[in-house]
Write a protein that binds this ligand. Structure first.
Ligand SMILES: Nc1ncnc2c1ncn2[C@@H]1O[C@H](COP(=O)(O)OP(=O)(O)O)[C@@H](O)[C@H]1O
Ligand SMILES: [Mg+2]
Length: 423
């Protein structure tokens, strides 16, 4: 909602009406951008395959808008190359890049009705009027905004204006769609619906799309692959499930998934040939020998990342003592399906690099847990939770890098990571 880009809703108005028919990757290679002497993007390489929907996810200020503006030609990189469908466009003006962009705040021409606003760019490209009409009508139908066509922008709600801004880009068939937080102006109910419609349109057109969002759920929902940006650098690129199940570090683990992952400081121990994690006076058993990748860390401090779905209410006396942890409830959020509990565990806070994006790390170790919605728990209650160490992501306490994931115990044949082969 910042509107910081102050955009016009569409760029490249002088390009052709259809895409160029080129094929190839779209994005940036080795791009570095600094502003006022400080780095905004540092050696970023990020390429979407032909027709791929690549989500660019990152917290506010991570450089997402700058990245799109560099691709659109609205901002210059200090170093690096920009590619649009295999064409090197680093030095081309925006109008020759064949990109259509939706900004956080897309401006509409106030004196034209929605229909004319939508067709404006196509007309400027000398598309015949009948064809413009047909394109506008069909796209309006796809985005369910037909009833808005005769209205002037002043007669629209903010959400409707946002929707028209999206439509204005999607009437074109460019080489790449650049969508910068396109749903920012919509209310929660609209967001899910419009998100599906936008995805439907770009998929039916087969146009390569870079979809920027700070909302991890949105990124997971729309993306073929998603790229996590943090402080101007790419942390991880992969399929949504890969980022969720195999985060490369505490930043990725903390930013992807809701509620945020819980983190526990622990010491990796081996006794009687079996691995375990010492948390305070308890040892969480892994029920297997120390896995090969963890062997160099035996006896050392690690960080356990545990998702809420893997932390359960301990069921009375039946849980083995060693697997249960005592905790104090610090927040209860009712979602209908669950009570989402935030739990303080009597352990030191996690200070490993990247830990700040995850569950509260200032006052002590924090876990999250889904409790049954009817469980009568209140803030301040003492609870006992069962934790299965085999479900823990294990990170180096020194670097924050991931050392072991639960899926490593039963590896899939491959985790595709290349732009083209994985779709
Ligand atoms: N023109 C500019 N001058 C100075 N700093 C800028 C400029 N544009 C962006 N920045 C800085 O670059 C960083 C990334 O900004 P931006 O790309 O807008 O991030 P995002 O879209 O991920 O929120 C921010 O710290 C922002 O303050
Ligand atoms: Mg932005």
């Amino acid at each position: 909602m910042t509107g910081s880009t102050g955009g016009t809703g569409n760029t490249g108005g002088t390009g052709s009406t259809g895409n160029t028919g080129n094929t190839g990757n779209t994005g940036v290679e080795g791009v570095t951008v600094s502003r006022d002497g400080s780095p905004v993007l540092t050696d970023v390489t990020l390429l979407a395959g032909d027709g791929e929907l690549l989500a660019v996810l990152g917290p506010s200020g991570s450089g997402k808008s700058t990245l799109l503006r560099v691709i659109a030609g609205l901002a210059r990189a200090d170093r690096g190359e920009v590619l649009v469908r295999g064409r090197r466009v680093t030095d081309s003006p925006p109008g020759e890049r064949h990109v259509a962009m939706v900004f956080e705040s897309s401006a509409l021409l106030p004196f034209l009705d929605v229909s004319s606003n939508l067709g404006w760019g196509l007309k400027a490209q000398r598309m015949p009027a009948a064809e413009v009409q047909e394109r506008v009508t069909s796209r309006a139908r796809q985005l369910r905004l037909s009833r808005l066509l005769p209205r002037k922008p002043a007669q629209l709600s903010e959400g409707e204006r946002g929707l028209v801004g999206i439509g204005k880009a999607l009437v074109r068939v460019p080489d790449v769609f650049l969508l910068d937080e396109p749903l920012a102006h919509l209310d929660a109910a609209q967001r899910a619906r419009v998100r599906r419609q936008v995805v439907e349109v770009v998929r039916s057109l087969g146009v390569t799309t870079l979809y920027v969002t700070h909302d991890q759920a949105e990124a997971l929902a729309v993306a073929d692959r998603l790229a996590l940006l943090h402080e101007g650098a790419v942390v991880q690129v992969g399929k949504p499930m890969e980022l969720y199940e195999r985060p490369v570090d505490l930043v990725a683990c903390g930013f992807v998934g809701s509620p945020p992952v819980g983190l526990l400081p622990a010491r990796l121990v081996s006794s009687g040939g079996l691995a375990g994690f010492e948390v305070g006076s308890r040892t969480l058993p892994l029920w297997r020998p120390v896995p090969e990748p963890l062997r160099p860390y035996a006896g050392q401090e690690v960080v356990l990342g545990l998702r809420a779905e893997d932390v359960h209410e301990a069921a009375g006396d039946t849980d083995p003592e060693a697997m249960a942890l005592d905790a104090v409830v610090t927040a209860v959020e009712y979602t209908g399906r669950h009570n989402v509990l935030t739990l303080a565990v009597g352990a030191a806070p996690v200070t490993a690099p990247g830990a700040t994006l995850a569950a509260g790390t200032s006052a002590g170790a924090t876990l999250r847990s889904f409790f049954p919605p009817r469980a009568a728990v209140r803030v301040g209650d003492a609870v006992r939770v069962a934790v299965d160490a085999a479900r823990a992501h294990v990170f180096s306490a020194r670097t924050g890098r991931a050392l072991w994931h639960p899926t490593d115990a039963h590896p899939r044949r491959s985790w595709p990571s290349q732009p083209r082969e994985d779709r």
